[in-house]
Structure formats: C-alpha cells, structure tokens
Design a protein around this ligand. Structure first.
Ligand code: ADP
Ligand code: MG
Length: 693
C-alpha cells in the first residue's frame, strides 16, 4: 500500500485549485493525470522579468517589469482601434494597449489613480512607449517575487502557460517533505538539496544554468529516478534468482553430438557464453540471461547447444522470433543441427493453419516436438507445452518485458535466454536489461572477411549499376535496399518497385523484389530463389533487415543511406560478409549531407563492430532515442537523461546494490524511505516482491 505521505501527490490534478475537468484533460496530455506528474513536468526555458526600469529607462523589445500609476483610460474612437490606458511614473508615461478589450474588465484591472506592477515587452509606436497586452498586471501587495523569473513549460494546444504554471505551483506546494533516502555522505559531497528543495528549485530557475541537466537540483531528482529504477530491477532480479528451477547438467551426449556435427570451431566468446549458460542451467536457480552479439556472431548456434542440454533431460525448448522470416531462418539453422542428432523441431507461426496447426499444437502438448520455433504465435493460450524448460527470445528489443515474462510463464519456472543483435551501449544495458545477466559475443567467427564499405553520392548511381554487372560476372549476389520513404509500406513499396523495374531492364531475369506488401508466401519464394542463386539481385525495402542468411551474398547497396539510423545501417550491412568471400557495402547518399548523417556514414566506413557502433549511435542520437520506450519495454525516464546522467546511472546501480546488501527487506529507516521512493516513481511491483519474498 502506498504510504499516506504520498497521497497528496497521487491525487488527480482536479484536486488542485483552478483545475477543472477541461484543464485536467489538457494537463493529462502534456504531463499526466496526477499531481505527481505535474511535479515531474520540468521547465525547458525561462522568461526573465527581473529588468525593473523606470519608464524612461525601458528598452524597446525587452521584457520590463514596471511600477506605474494609472492615469487615464482612453477608449477607442472606433472599434478597429485599440483601447489604451495611460500610465506613468516620475520619469515619463506609456500606454497599455488592448485589442478587443472589455472596458469594465479593464476598469477593474487598472482603476484610475491606483498603482500597478505591469510586466510585458516594451515597444515604441509613433515615438511613444507602449506595452501591448501586458503579461501581468497586479497590485503591488499581490506581487510575488517568484513571478519575476517564469519557468517555461512544454504545452499543448488549448492549455495556457499561465494556467499550467499555476497548476504546477499548486502541485509543488502540496509536495510533502519526504524522509531522506540518499546517504548524507553522498548528498553533501555533491551539494544535493533535499528532495523537496530540489523539486522547488527545478521549478524556480533563476538563470539558464538552473535549467541544465547538470544543475544540482536536476541531478538529485535524476538520481532519485535512477535509484528507483535500479532498486526495483535489483529487487525483482534477486527475487527471480531465488526462484528454484530445475537443474540441467551440461555437456551430455546430445550436446556433444550436436557440437560434433558443427562444420566449424566455436569461437572463444561462444565457448565463454556456453559456459555461462551451463552455470545458470545447472544452478537449480532460474536463468535470466541476455546474449548480445552482432548479426552473424553465432548466437543461434549457441542457443541451440544450450537447448540440447535441457532436451537431453527430456524437457522442451522454445525459440521465439519477432518476424515470420526470422523464425524460418532460425528453423533452418536449427533444423540442420537438430536433424543430425535426431531432435524433432516444430515451427509455429501465424501461417500454420487448420489441420497442420492442430497437429503442431498436439506435438507441442505431448512433448514430441522438442524444440519449438515460432513468432508471437507462441504466446497464445492455445499453445500448451508438455514441459517447457528453456525459452529463448530473439531480437528482444522488439518485445516488451511483459511479453518476455508471459513466455516464461508457459513453463514451470522456465529458464530464459534473451538474444539481441542490436548491441546497446554499456550504460544503457543497465537500464534496459538490469534484471538480466549478460553474455556477449564480441568476436566474429574465424574466416570472416572485413566488409569494404564505401560512401558514394547518388549522382554516381550509374557507375554503381555498371560495377554490379562486373560483380555479377564473378558470381556475386547483391542486395539492393531502398529507403524508408515514410511510415507507409505502400510508398516504400513503390520506390522499391521503381528501382526493381530499372534493374530488371538492365539485368533481365536476374532480379527479384520483396517488400512488406507481399504475402508471406510470395516473400519467402523470392527469398528462396535468391538464396538458391536463381536470382542474383534482390531489391527490397527494409524487410530484409533481420534474419535472412545468404552466405553467397557479397554486395549490399543501400540507397539514400543518409535516411537510415546507424543501428539499422549496421543491421543491413550484416546481411553480407557472412561467407568466406570478400564483401562490399555501398552507401549511396543524396548530397549535401548534414553533420549527423555525415557522422553516421563515417562511422559505418570506419568500423563494423556493433558495440562500437552502438556507442556512437548513443552519442549521436541521445539515450532517449536509442532506448525508445516501446523498444526497451521500460517506462520512459522523466527526470534522468542518460546523455547527461550516464555516470549517475552507474552510481545509482551501485547505491541500489549496497542498500540491498545492508538491508535486503528495506526495513531500516533508510529502507523505509526507499520504499517511499519506489512508490513515488510507481515501482509498486518491486515492493510486492519484497513483501511476498
Ligand atoms: P546470429 O544468430 O548471431 O546472427 P548465427 O548463429 O545465425 O548468428 O550464425 C551465423 C552463421 O555463422 C551461421 O551460418 C552459422 O552456422 C555460422 N557460424 C556460427 N558460429 C560459427 C563459428 N564459430 N565459426 C564459423 N561459422 C559460424
Ligand atoms: Mg541470427
């Protein structure tokens, strides 16, 4: 249960004065439905009203805050003219100018003879000073110093800055003083204010420095958020780790047989990863592990060898992929090995229908299908495993954490191995996969040739096409990728179709086309023809991004490479260089390149190491983008920005670890405060784990 001290923060925003249903809807759109969401809605700029000149000193174009006597109201002589109010101090006069104003309202706001503090942008008109529609008009006794520097917040249509600002101020006023959860030694070393003080300061910037992510108040709040997420992950992880799972000894007959049929030597990092899996599987505790490695680094093979260990003990394994093509690719890799050692493999995707689907489901249920490869179809309720002991989830970034959990729940305390071919930078791994152990395949299998990567302006496309005919003569197979024009399969398909027609005219009978609008069976047929060498150029949209292993393909042409992200370019390039032959990647770009696009293409030319590219991607795009909410399956960070707070993340992880070592059930005073922190950031699930664990 949420501690009572947090109740005011978890009230709906309608609990705030001046916030009715209409405004609440708008606030919900920009910030969220609760008072606490307003606290996290931090300013992105400020308006400085501290310039307090006399009338004669006011500068045109600059915001001024003046103390004025109201002298006279000057109603317009005709409707199209504005209403003016003449005001003055001892140095001179100016006019306040109002269009479409209601005179009775202005009389009340600016009674003749009264003193008013007025703030707005001064201008000159026909040689006279004036302020059109002043931002603020208040009697001196209502003047609040806080108004002289106004935070500027992200808005939405229909929500006025004034209304939002007032609601946020009210929200902060309601924020209670909370028990301190950060050790005094950490705080004093960094001069961090208390939580409440930090919150007020963030919303009352004094200068543009206060808006920086590096300001001490922002750092403190970011640290809080990171600690909440790291602590929650650590709790869940510790708890899941404590879950007993069946122990599987490693390296039995089946595994040895499978290794013996491999036509190659495992790399050192493949062996290392296998040893790590073996340790997990034999531990009697649940395995929760992430395997990162570039395309072609040999993840699928390693996963299969781990499967062999659980299958030997009579259990089943599943491999779930994000797309149909990729599921089939895995099936292909695995079936070659599995059939050599007599393991039965089943495929289940959305395409297995009717009688054959029922048969597959029956084989999964009675356990005769020892390895089940599939897509999301594996989640469905109709899929019942006889005894699922190991779930391997490929391309994790396309699944959410929830889906991962659901798959694991298909079995009794199923061991889970997550594989991703999109390495993410070390700093982000903690955030995205902090609940998992990590293994990485950092080296490429022996015999792989480096890929010769070149950038070429699109104006030289004719030369590129000419060079293709030479490459084809020497037996090359070519991928030609057309860009994502917009988020529309139809438009992308049209671009690919046009390129297909060009190339097909040039190389009749040797070109194929795949795009997202083709039926899966049509797509597969084209892919199969390409794999078999019946066609030699495959024009496609980005559907070939994942999966697809054609070792004979040695040329990758990417049209409008400047439109692709680094991670995507890297994935695409990974389609070539898989065999023993030397491969080429041609990045065709439209000049002129902007700086980021140039930096991306340079990175591609310089390195083909996925981990290096991931770090560079982080530098160019920022953490928020690299770690899109949907992709990571994590709630987005509101206060922490990992491009600026990456060091804080490591500190937060360290802090969470120490705290849990000292006080695993969070019962000390600091532990209790940390529970409040978890609730404050909506990490209630982690607390349930403490309670029940
Ligand atoms: P990933 O799943 O990481 O993309 P795969 O496991 O599909 O990689 O392997 C890619 C290709 O490399 C496959 O054809 C596979 O048989 C081959 N391969 C895997 N490990 C090695 C190795 N150690 N030496 C040579 N080839 C390997
Ligand atoms: Mg693979």
């Amino acid at each position: 249960m949420r501690p009572e001290i947090l109740y005011p923060l978890f009230a709906p925003v309608t609990a705030l004065p001046g916030v009715g249903a209409r405004v609440a809807k708008l606030i919900e759109k920009v910030a969220g439905p609760l008072v606490v969401d307003l606290c996290w809605h931090i300013p992105t700029g400020l308006i400085d009203r501290r310039f307090r000149p006399k009338v004669s000193e006011a500068e045109p174009g600059r915001i001024a805050t003046l103390t004025l006597q109201v002298e006279a109201h000057l109603p317009p002589s005709a409707r199209r003219f504005p209403y003016r109010v003449r005001c003055a101090d001892e140095t001179g006069f100016l006019h306040l100018v109002f269009f479409h104003a209601r005179p009775d309202y202005l009389m009340k706001l600016l009674p003749p003879g009264s003193t008013r503090i007025v703030s707005g942008t001064l201008e000159t008109f026909h040689g006279e000073r004036q302020i059109t529609h002043p931002d603020h008009v208040v009697p001196p006794e209502e003047f609040d110093e806080r108004m002289t520097v106004e935070p500027v917040y992200p808005l939405t249509a229909g929500l006025s800055p004034k209304v939002l600002r007032r609601a946020i101020m009210a929200a902060i006023d309601r924020a209670p003083e909370l028990p301190e959860w950060i050790d005094g030694s950490i705080r004093s070393g960094r001069r961090w204010p208390s939580w409440r003080e930090a919150l007020s300061r963030v919303h009352a910037p004094n200068s543009s420095d206060d808006l920086l992510p590096e300001s001490s108040a922002r750092m403190r709040l970011a640290f809080d958020e990171l600690v909440a997420s790291q602590l929650a992950l650590a709790i869940i992880r510790a708890r899941q780790r404590r879950q007993a799972a069946r122990a599987f000894p490693s390296g039995g007959r089946l595994r040895q047989a499978a290794e013996a049929v491999l036509p190659f030597q495992l790399t050192r990092s493949q062996r290392q990863a296998l040893a790590e899996f073996a340790g997990d599987l034999a531990s009697g505790k649940r395995m929760l592990r992430l395997l990162q490695g570039d395309v072609g680094s040999g993840k699928t093979v390693v996963a299969f060898l781990a499967m062999a260990d659980v299958i030997e003990a009579g259990a089943q394994a599943a491999l779930m992929a994000p797309t149909e093509i990729l599921a089939r690719q895995h099936l292909f890799t695995i079936e070659r090995l599995a059939s050599a050692v007599g393991i039965e493999v089943a495929l289940l995707t959305g395409r297995e229908k009717g009688k054959s689907r029922r048969e597959i489901l029956a084989r999964i249920a009675d356990g005769s299908a020892r390895v089940v490869v599939g897509t999301h179809a594996l989640f469905q309720d109709e899929v019942v495993f006889h005894d699922l002991a190991l779930a391997v989830v490929d391309e994790q970034h396309r699944f959410g954490v929830d889906q991962r959990v659901r798959l694991a729940e298909k079995g009794q305390r199923t061991h889970v191995l997550v594989m991703t071919a999109t390495p993410i930078p070390r700093t982000l791994t903690l955030t995205a996969y902090g609940d998992l152990d990590h293994s990485a395949l950092r080296e490429k299998p022996a015999g792989r040739q480096p890929i010769d990567t070149r950038t070429i302006p699109l104006s030289r496309i004719e030369e590129v096409v000419a060079s293709l005919s030479r490459a084809l003569e020497s037996g090359a197979r070519v991928y030609w990728v057309c860009p994502l024009v917009e988020e529309s399969e139809q438009v992308d398909a049209a671009a690919a179709e046009a390129r297909y027609r060009d190339l097909a005219a040039r190389f009749p009978g040797r070109v194929g086309l795949v795009h997202g609008r083709l039926k899966a069976a049509e797509k597969d047929a084209v892919m199969a023809a390409f794999a078999a060498g019946e066609i030699e150029i495959l024009v496609s949209t980005t559907v070939i991004e994942v999966g697809v292993d054609v070792p004979e393909a040695t040329v990758m042409v990417i049209e409008h490479a400047e439109r692709f992200g680094l991670a995507q370019l890297h994935q695409l390039r990974g389609r070539v260089g898989r065999g023993a032959w030397r491969s080429t990647c041609l990045l065709l770009y439209a000049a002129p390149l902007n700086d980021t696009a140039r930096a991306r293409l340079d990175t591609m030319r310089r390195t083909d190491d996925g981990f290096t590219i991931a770090e560079e991607d982080l530098r160019l795009r920022g953490a928020g983008e690299v770690l899109g909410t949907r992709q990571s399956g994590l709630p987005a960070m509101r206060l922490a920005d990992l491009t600026h707070h990456a060091d804080l993340l490591a500190d937060a992880q360290q802090f969470a670890k120490l705290v849990l070592e000292r006080d695993p059930d969070l019962t000390s005073p600091q532990g209790e405060a940390l529970k409040t922190l978890l609730y404050l950031f909506g990490r209630d699930a982690a607390i349930r784990y403490i309670r029940s664990g």
